[in-house]
Design a protein around this ligand. Structure first.
Ligand code: PLP
Length: 287
């Protein structure tokens, strides 16, 4: 496996970064997780836009243009001979001294990892997930915008650990006011009284690429779609609940904090949306 690291391809075993990289020292950097379906890079433009916006927000200048970055990703896929893959694109502040000030970091580090897809276990899709609400809250939009997909994922890691401690694989994260925000690395949707809802950006979720794709697709399919704030009560009393993300695609949730959702099986509409999503992914990618 070949990794793109600062301008060259190196073997996985040799792909190492400096201990002085501020991405390592402080989580100072941004990243994307991108999926490749049958050689098509899914929603690449949207991912690059989010990456460059995240970088701009934290005043990190990415020297490469989006076109350069596209080429780097393509080359990484070619080099690894991958058709169905998961790509991790990382831009860190780069190597500096031990001080916090990024002024000591001359160049950002650019890393592209392309891997064979680690598909979620089939049971997750067949039986759905059980999730619990955790204590860790989404960071407030006025502190560091949740729209920034930064390398600082401590909150999300704590969410994942809290879920594991509770014996489940995913969690429900609330914002500081107690509204439902998202999962550890997935957006959340509910269908309640026939309306498909997901929390709006200001609640504090990441603006997921899959979330946006589902919103548009569902609208086209005739669903009543709303971006609206909701609470745990609305989740408990929903007909269907599901999570969306690049790796997970669309995955049903069948139990939340001990409350069974619907009949305890992945919902019909959830399955319908997953099928439609999988049909559409190949069309929406770029070679
Ligand atoms: N929320 C968080 C915190 C994430 O890290 C991710 C994954 O990227 C998502 C949601 C889902 O976003 P996407 O659909 O772009 O993968």
């Amino acid at each position: 496996q070949w990794i793109f690291l600062d301008g060259e391809f190196v073997k996985k075993e040799d792909a190492k970064i400096s201990v002085y990289d501020h991405g390592f020292l402080y989580g100072d950097g941004v990243f994307e997780g991108i999926r490749v379906y049958n050689g098509n890079i899914y929603k690449l433009d949207e991912h690059l836009l989010r990456l460059y916006h995240s970088a701009k927000s934290i005043m990190l200048d990415i020297p490469q243009s989006k076109e350069d970055m596209t080429e780097i990703i393509r080359q990484t896929l070619q080099k690894n001979k991958l058709e169905d893959a998961y790509i991790r694109l990382v831009v860190s502040r780069g190597v500096g001294n031990l001080g916090l000030d990024p002024a000591s970091c001359a160049n950002p580090s650019i890393i592209v990892i392309a891997e064979e897809l680690a598909i979620y276990p089939k049971e997750f899709y067949e039986h759905g997930l059980e999730i619990v609400t955790v204590a860790t809250r989404r960071n407030r939009p006025d502190v560091l915008s949740p729209k920034v997909k930064s390398l600082n994922y401590l909150n999300n890691i704590l969410v994942k650990m809290e879920a594991s401690l509770a014996g489940v694989s995913e969690a429900l994260m609330l914002n500081d006011q107690g509204y439902v925000a998202e999962g550890s690395a997935d957006n959340i949707f509910i269908i309640r009284n026939g309306v498909l809802m997901t929390p709006p950006g200001y609640i504090g979720a990441l603006e997921g690429i899959t979330r946006q794709a589902i919103l548009e697709m569902a609208e086209d399919m005739g669903y009543d779609v709303r971006e609206e704030a909701f609470t745990r009560h609305d989740v408990y009393t929903a007909e269907e609940v599901f999570l969306t993300g690049t790796a997970a695609e669309v995955i049903a949730v069948v139990k939340v904090d001990g409350r069974v959702i619907g009949n305890g099986q992945p919902g019909e509409e959830t399955n319908r949306l997953l099928r439609a999503f999988r049909q559409k992914v190949v069309e929406d990618g770029v070679k």
